[in-house]
Design a binder for this molecule. Structure first.
Ligand SMILES: Cc1ncc(COP(=O)(O)O)c(C=O)c1O
Length: 361
């Protein structure tokens, strides 16, 4: 590689590090639970990142990974397959480095998401067949000699699981002064699988007795694949909860670091998401509701086992992105979703500490 390119990479790494240095760490909020339970629930708020979601961390890692590998240079066109949070964050870093960014998105992608990607200077390349996003991104990269960032393959590789202020190290650092500093459960969803991979590896590497639980929405492949060990299992169907649940098992999904998986009905996710807002004022997205629905279930199990301790889950992104969908009763009705039975399960849980399994859907 020429000297000028190496100088450019050097400066690009400095710019990304400087951006990280200007950012404060994301908060760890307490979700209030009945004191007599002896259990503390924490929310790691990733919606406060500059680009509004946990994907800000991944995008930064994918850029640094591509830069130090010599795959990204001063005129590289960057390509991704994402209609969501990752593309928004990657567009932000591409603009910071003065690089062109194109993301392959299903034509059904929400206006809000498109506008956010374009706000950071990204360009959307539309396709009709959602399952073709990977091959289309590869084709585009080959056609223009660009670099396919490929979050689904490299999320687990590009993220430093040993520390370096990754999401796991940040959580354990922020719990240090708490009465239960080592959580019994950490509960997250899976899109690429990168977040659960990082948390699971870190916990094992640091030899913490913490259990990792992954929640999975309807139509996703992960739960069944984890249960059966069949990583080729494929539903071919998109998830209704943005950011999590996949039609196929993604390469960055590491079943070996996951202690438990919980399937969560979409109506349950959205009921829990709305309950979060009512009880704490936090306005979050659907995948945060999925996390909470799973966390409440595991807390009920801890109570039944007579166990005290702490549980941590994530606020993955902000609710403002879903004002016209998950927070819109009309959209909920159009989807044929009924949140009431799940709301009843949640209310009973807060009254009794017991979890009466709600409807499957
Ligand atoms: C809103 C939201 N929540 C959760 C996730 C899951 O994170 P991961 O891809 O690390 O599994 C994503 C991933 O795209 C997301 O966008």
């Amino acid at each position: 590689m020429s000297r000028p390119d190496l100088d450019w990479i050097d400066e690009a790494v400095r710019i990304i590090d400087a951006d990280a240095n200007r950012s404060a760490d994301t908060h760890l909020h307490v979700f209030p639970l009945p004191a007599e339970w002896g259990i503390d629930l924490y929310l790691k708020d990733e919606s406060v990142h500059p680009t509004g979601s946990l994907k800000h961390r991944l995008a930064r890692s994918l850029f640094l990974y591509g830069l130090v590998n010599g795959q990204i240079g001063p005129s590289t066109v960057l390509i991704e397959a994402s209609s969501g949070s990752t593309a928004v964050s990657e567009a932000y870093f591409a603009r910071m480095l003065g690089l062109e960014f194109v993301t392959v998105v299903p034509r059904s992608t929400s206006r809000e998401k498109i506008e956010l990607i374009e706000f950071y200077g990204g360009r959307c390349h539309y396709i009709d067949q959602p399952s073709a996003i990977y091959s289309e991104a590869e084709r585009l990269a080959a056609e223009c000699g660009g670099h396919y960032l490929d979050q689904f393959t490299y999320a687990e590789r590009a993220t430093d699981w040993r520390g370096n202020n990754n999401i796991a190290e940040s959580i354990f650092t922020q719990l240090r002064e708490e009465r239960h500093p080592i959580p019994y459960w950490i509960v997250v969803g899976a899109g690429t699988g990168g977040t659960s991979a990082t948390l699971g590896r870190y916990v094992r590497y640091r030899r913490h007795p913490t259990h990792i639980a992954v929640v999975d929405p309807e139509n996703s492949s992960f739960y069944r694949a984890w249960q059966t060990g069949d990583m080729a299992y494929c539903t071919g169907m998109p998830s209704r909860i943005e950011g999590i649940g996949r039609p196929r098992v993604e390469p960055s999904f590491l079943p070996g670091v996951i202690d438990e998986m919980l399937p969560v009905p979409d109506a349950g996710s959205l009921a829990a998401m709305r309950l979060l807002r009512q009880r704490t004022g936090h306005w979050a997205g659907g995948s945060t509701g999925t996390n909470l629905y799973g966390a409440f279930q595991l807390i009920a199990r801890m109570i039944a086992e007579g166990r005290t301790g702490s549980v941590v889950t994530l606020v993955c992104d902000g609710g403002e992105r879903y004002a016209n969908t998950y927070y819109d009763d009309g959209w909920i009705a159009e989807q044929g979703l009924d949140l009431e039975p799940h709301r009843a399960v949640l209310d009973e849980f807060f009254d009794t500490g017991k979890w009466r399994a709600g409807p499957e859907r």
